[in-house]
Design a protein around this ligand. Structure first.
Ligand SMILES: CC(C)(COP(=O)(O)OP(=O)(O)OC[C@H]1O[C@@H](n2cnc3c(N)ncnc32)[C@H](O)[C@@H]1OP(=O)(O)O)[C@@H](O)C(=O)NCCC(=O)NCCS
Length: 174
């Protein structure tokens, strides 16, 4: 699967075996891990990369794609499908290798992911809880049309600290 972004140098695509090394290169970074749920391991090993590519290629109704720059996976995006009463809600997330920060890539990838997720029939709401210490990610979500819905006080235990998270969400009009 390939999903274009507004930047011709960046697209979203399925994960593959060739991405194991880049997953470790970019994923094994405490500054990345610190802003993600503990589903993302640290340290990030070759075995974690192998496991991830297996999961990402059997996504069910979820979406797991690599951010591709010149053939290299420089990060990842995803929407995790929920069930039951939350059937039409997806948990929206993304991460980017640190050398690529600060150039608008996450914004381009998040916008493309949002449009892609809303182009199918499953997702009517995408939600992204952001750790309170991560204003750059809040800015990314605001740039792609997510709305700040509120603060979830003391909702997250991360890196030994009990912190607030901020709920951002986008809903589909129809
Ligand atoms: C958060 C992350 C995805 C941002 O990626 P990026 O490609 O650097 O983001 P972009 O360049 O598209 O946009 C970042 C925005 O944050 C702004 N920003 C940067 N530092 C900031 C700060 N301290 N406070 C407020 N805004 C800040 C930038 O100026 C930019 O906004 P602008 O375009 O209006 O100038 C990246 O740092 C990352 O992967 N971090 C680790 C994982 C993570 O946080 N994932 C998201 C979990 S919710």
């Amino acid at each position: 699967m390939i999903v274009a972004t507004e930047n011709p140098q960046i697209h979203l695509r399925s994960w593959g075996f060739r991405d194991h090394d880049s997953l470790v290169r970019y994923g094994n970074n405490k500054l990345v891990w610190r802003n993600l749920t503990d589903m993302f391991p640290h340290p990030y090993t070759h075995e974690d990369a192998v496991k991830w590519v297996g999961i990402a290629n059997d996504p069910g109704s979820s979406i797991f794609l690599a951010i591709d720059f010149e053939g290299e996976a420089i990060g990842g995006v995803g929407v995790i499908a929920r069930d039951g009463n939350d059937f039409h809600t997806g948990q929206f997330g993304y991460w980017l290798g640190q050398p690529h920060w600060g150039r608008g890539v996450a914004t381009q990838a998040a916008r493309a992911l949002k449009n892609h997720a809303f182009s199918g029939s499953r997702f009517k709401r995408l939600e992204a809880p952001v750790f309170a210490w991560n204003p750059p990610s809040m800015r990314v979500l605001e740039k792609v049309g997510f709305v700040r819905e509120g603060t979830l006080r003391k909702s997250v235990l991360k890196d030994g600290q009990l912190i607030d998270s901020v709920m951002y969400a986008a809903v589909r009009d129809a």
